[in-house]
Ligand binder design. Sequence first.
Ligand SMILES: C[S@@+](CC[C@H](N)C(=O)[O-])C[C@H]1O[C@@H](n2cnc3c(N)ncnc32)[C@H](O)[C@@H]1O
Length: 333
Amino acid sequence: MSGLDEPLARLAERYRRFAADEAHGVSPHYERLAEDIAASADVLRFLIELPPPRRQPNLLLGAATLIAGRPPDIASLTEMVARRADALRAVMLARTTQTNEPARCAVLLPLLAALPQPLALIEVGASAGLCLLPDRYGYDWGSAHLPPTSADAPVFRCTVTGPAPLPTAQPRVVWRAGLDLNPLDVASDEDMAWLEALIWPEQDERRRNLRAALAVARRDPPRVVRGDLLKDLEPLMAEAPAEATLVVFHTAVLAYVTPPEVRQRFVDTVRASRAVWISNETPRVFPEIAARASQPAPHWRFLLAVDGEPKAWTGPHGQSLEWLPGRQWNEDH
Ligand SMILES: C[S@@+](CC[C@H](N)C(=O)[O-])C[C@H]1O[C@@H](n2cnc3c(N)ncnc32)[C@H](O)[C@@H]1O
């Protein structure tokens, strides 16, 4: 589209990049829609009125899905911008792209099960706390399986390569708590509808798993405390029972903590404590840990590390675990 002024042209380019780099190969629907948005002056003008952090593709697509009750196409989105701009704007200002992906437990569980039991778990950036219930879900790692603790719980499928220490029993969790700037409430239908709206159209398995994990969580909700991982972690660690192995973990969180020096303050706090530190983040978050992995980061993977030692590349939604050659789970303990 020609004739756009500079800010609109940059925004259009952001949506085109989202289509090519993130949606391509994952969601044909969102790839097409993001390209159409990049070519729609009406939608771009709506977006440019929002504060810059609120113009994100995932935020717009999630908000429009929440309002429409189904993923929008460009015709319905253009109409929404024309007729329901206030509602769309309100959701985009009130919400963040705060997903909660319980299937990430499939890459955490081998580490948790191999630690001295029982465990006290703290998840920082826990969202609704669905990753705080790893011992209630089932797992299918191909060559190994663990059944869930209830018939309605999800069974997460995860493709494994390399010498991963796949467990034969669930970890024993005696205490658990989450910390989040903005905890979502599993009892709230609105919060849970938002989590579901963030799942992309073609990702039916993720949607099914989210609903099943939610049913498990609603029976016995995890405690998620409102707080900042930089300021409020130490008091929470002090609450954990002394006889349990304390684990502080996070997945898809530390990228939001910037700049790197501030992130390092969190690392220093955990490393100075008795906690085992499990990190599952994009390799950009801790480049110095990624640099010690024996292989370069494959495209679109997270790096799983224990106490700063790289262990595996993982699918961002817990769909794969590629254990690094020569990495024992417990070489540092
Ligand atoms: C993308 S979500 C990931 C949620 C969950 N860990 C998962 O993997 O499904 C990131 C979460 O981190 C939280 N968060 C970001 N910065 C934080 C901070 N400084 N302290 C606590 N929580 C934070 C956000 O509120 C959000 O719920």
